[in-house]
Structure formats: structure tokens, C-alpha cells
Design a protein around this ligand. Structure first.
Ligand code: XMP
Length: 319
């Protein structure tokens, strides 16, 4: 008989036992997992926890503001926001290989953390919102040979020099269970119900080279798409919906002008744990409304396509 209230109490005891009176740094990604982990750990050890939110410039529209409001406003949890857009964009320049992007972003995250840890006088533990599916997908393909599909940047070792141990209270949970735990901990519904967002952020939704300009274009298209989904009352029926900016330009016409701009792909899937997924079958009217708005309102995009690939054989993210 296993309930979230029991899980909460058990984990709080475990965290206290593991951490003692030492300090913990928690990395927030803007997503549900790290937020739930942080709130749980804060309940266990209070002010021994400092949260760090790295704004790597790969966030969704308004994401930073929402995190600041939740942590500073709602919970009063100590939060350091690091402005790291420039260094991430610099490091990503010229990088096109998906695994290379993930590896750079993961490593740079650790660098930023290490610097922040030093600034607050050191921390003994690093907390992360790693879930069970993250653990398995980074290790092997279920039932198949041992192959890394994607390096999830929040899984795996820390550099030895850091001398920090990991606190990962959600390692046994699936996403739907994390949401239940979030509710149990009193996180606002709007936050608990948010679609998952990957640690490497928009970088893995921009195949090819990532730049600030491309991130800005993608953020706008993504925001319009999600606004339409919310307006249609479909947000909660969908596991994850997002826009992808392709490094492909196509010819179009707007008024009397020829355009030559990027293709934007829209993705929406249903799933219970992210391990498998089906495409969400929007009606044609909905999709054409999104396409029209995105092309009219976002400079840099002149064509919109819908991704009809389930998982498997596709993955949810494009990289
Ligand atoms: P894929 O693309 O592998 O994604 O089908 C499955 C789920 O995991 C999310 N995802 C990530 N989450 N760090 C994360 O925290 C990552 O590096 C990462 N890569 C993918 C993805 O958004 C989906 O929900």
C-alpha cells in the first residue's frame, strides 16, 4: 500500500539522513521534475538548500520569470539565477552533432554549478530531478543491446574534482508519479501540469547549429503553438507539445514578395511515461490556424509542417 504521502515522508527522512547538516545545491531546469525535487528537499532540510537556475538562453518564453515567481514568491526558497546565455551560445557555435550539443550543455552546466557552489562557500551535495526513465534510457535500450540513445544531461557522473555527492530523490519515479508528488507538496496545478521540458532545452529542438537568433525565432513559434493548444482546451490531453526549428530554408510568397525562410515543425504526443508515445491527432483546422499564425507573426519562418512520427521508431525530441 504505497501512497505519495508515504513516499514524501520516507524520502524526507532519507534526505535528512543522507545530508545531515551539510549544504545542498539544486539545479532547476524550469521543468516539473527539478521543481518537485527542490520543494521536497527544501521540506527536508530548509535553508541548507540553495537552488540554482541557469538561464542558458535555451529556455521557453517567460520560463525564467515563472521559476522566479514560484521559488521566490510562492515558496520563499533561496534561488540564484545565473545569466549564462552568452557563454552557452559561444560554446554551441559551430556544434551540430546532437550528442556533442548534449555533452557540451551538460558539461557547461556542471561548470556553472561549480562556480556557484564556490560563491556560496561550497556545497557537499548536488540535487537533481532525475527520473527512472532518464536512468534507463541513458543506460541501454530496453530488451536490446546496450546502446546509448541519448545522453540525458542530468544523469551520470560529476567530475571527481567537484567532490559533491548526488541527491536524486525522484530516481524511482515515473513522470505521472512526480506530478502526484508535486500535488502532494502543494505545487500550483499550472506548474505540476506543465509539459516536460528537456534539460538541454531548445538546443535539441534546433537541429544543426544553435544561435540566439534561432532560439528567439523558435521561442516565438513555440509560444503561439502552445497558446493555441491552451485556447483549444487541449493542453492537459497532450503529454508534450512543442515547435522545432529546422535548419532548412524553403521558398514562399507573402503578398508580392518572395520569401526564403526556415521551416518550423510542430510536434504533439500523448504518452504516460515518455518511453513510448503516439502522435496527437489534431484536426486540420487547428493545425492550419497554428501554421497561419506562426507564419504571419514570426519573422524567419515561412512554412510549418506537422510531425506524424510515433515513438518508437521516432523519439519525442528531434535530437
Ligand atoms: P526522447 O526524445 O528520448 O524523450 O523520446 C523522452 C522524454 O525525455 C525528455 N528528454 C530529456 N529530459 N534531459 C531531460 O531532463 C534530457 O537530456 C532529455 N532528453 C529528452 C523529452 O522531453 C521527453 O519528455
Amino acid at each position: 500500500d504505497w501512497t505519495m504521502a508515504e513516499f514524501r515522508a520516507t524520502k524526507i527522512a532519507e534526505i535528512r539522513e543522507q545530508v545531515g547538516d551539510q549544504r545542498v545545491l539544486c539545479g532547476l531546469s524550469g521543468g516539473v521534475d527539478s521543481a518537485v525535487a527542490a520543494v521536497l528537499i527544501h521540506e527536508a532540510i530548509g535553508e541548507q538548500l540553495t537552488c540554482v537556475f541557469v538561464d542558458h538562453g535555451l529556455l521557453r518564453m517567460n520560463e525564467r520569470k515563472q521559476v522566479e515567481e514560484l521559488f521566490r514568491g510562492h515558496y520563499n526558497i533561496p534561488l540564484v539565477v545565473v545569466d549564462a546565455e552568452e557563454r552557452f551560445m559561444k560554446g554551441l557555435a559551430g556544434v551540430t552533432d546532437p550528442e556533442a550539443k548534449r555533452k557540451f550543455i551538460g558539461a557547461e552546466f556542471i561548470n556553472v554549478f561549480e562556480e556557484e557552489a564556490k560563491k556560496i562557500g561550497g556545497a557537499d551535495f548536488l540535487a537533481q530531478g532525475t527520473l527512472y526513465p532518464d536512468v534507463i534510457e541513458s543506460v541501454s535500450f530496453t530488451g536490446g543491446p546496450s546502446v546509448t540513445i541519448k545522453s540525458h544531461h542530468n544523469v551520470g557522473g560529476l567530475p571527481e574534482r567537484m567532490n559533491m555527492q548526488l541527491v536524486e530523490p525522484l530516481r524511482e519515479l515515473f513522470k505521472d508519479e512526480v506530478r502526484l508528488l508535486g500535488k502532494e507538496l502543494g505545487l500550483p496545478d499550472i506548474f505540476v501540469g506543465r509539459h516536460p521540458f528537456p534539460g538541454p532545452g531548445l538546443a535539441i529542438r534546433i537541429p544543426g547549429e544553435v544561435s540566439k537568433e534561432r532560439c528567439d525565432i523558435l521561442r516565438k513559434a513555440d509560444a503561439i503553438y502552445l497558446e493555441e493548444i491552451r485556447n483549444a482546451g487541449l493542453y492537459d490531453a497532450i503529454w508534450q507539445a512543442f515547435a522545432v526549428l529546422l535548419p532548412v530554408k524553403t521558398v514562399g510568397v507573402m503578398g508580392d514578395y518572395r520569401t526564403y525562410d526556415h521551416v518550423c515543425a510542430l510536434r504533439a504526443v500523448t504518452s504516460t511515461d515518455g518511453m513510448t508515445a503516439d502522435i496527437y491527432p489534431f484536426d486540420a483546422g487547428f493545425l492550419s490556424r497554428c501554421a497561419t499564425r506562426i507564419i504571419n507573426e514570426v519573422q524567419g519562418i515561412n512554412r510549418v509542417v506537422y510531425d506524424y512520427t510515433s515513438k518508437p521508431p521516432g523519439t519525442i525530441e528531434w535530437e
